[in-house]
Design a protein around this ligand. Sequence first.
Ligand SMILES: [Fe+2]
Length: 181
Amino acid sequence: MEPTYSALKALLVQNLARLYYAENQLVRALKMMAEKATRPELREAFLSHRAETKTQVERLATTFVELQEPVQAHYCQAIDGLLQNGNWLMHTLERGSVLDSALIGAAQQVELFEVASYRNVCGLAMQLELARVAQVCEGILYEELEADDKLSAIAEGLGMGSGVSLAVQEEEEQEERKAEN
Ligand SMILES: [Fe+2]
């Protein structure tokens, strides 16, 4: 049986409300993460993503208006779990390079959670032909992908590697050589 328009719309509203909750939590968490980061570029990355996150909160609010629903936040256990993990790291590790590496990992877990969540709401909005809502969600999705890329670049700068295994790198280099010949 095909899902009804109203059931899918209710799911979309639910998921947007969880994201609205998550982004509000992140505005607070990113402040603390910036305070705990030692590397200036990492602190800057957290602060600039925090500023961006504040605008995401505002843009998410417009999607509820678009859907003729009250702006609402629904408790999201997943983001709370991820942020608890970050809190634990900040309370357990002293400020320094190890905590920086740990914070990058914790922040990237959050980014990829957001990427998956925005892909979902964007897909639902498209299915429901809600172009304006889809557009807002897609815009935020690209910001989360960029934030993740930026953290990967910082991790590489810290000598952590790009997160791509040596075997994959080797394969890619072979492909490039093949393409050149
Ligand atoms: Fe976000």
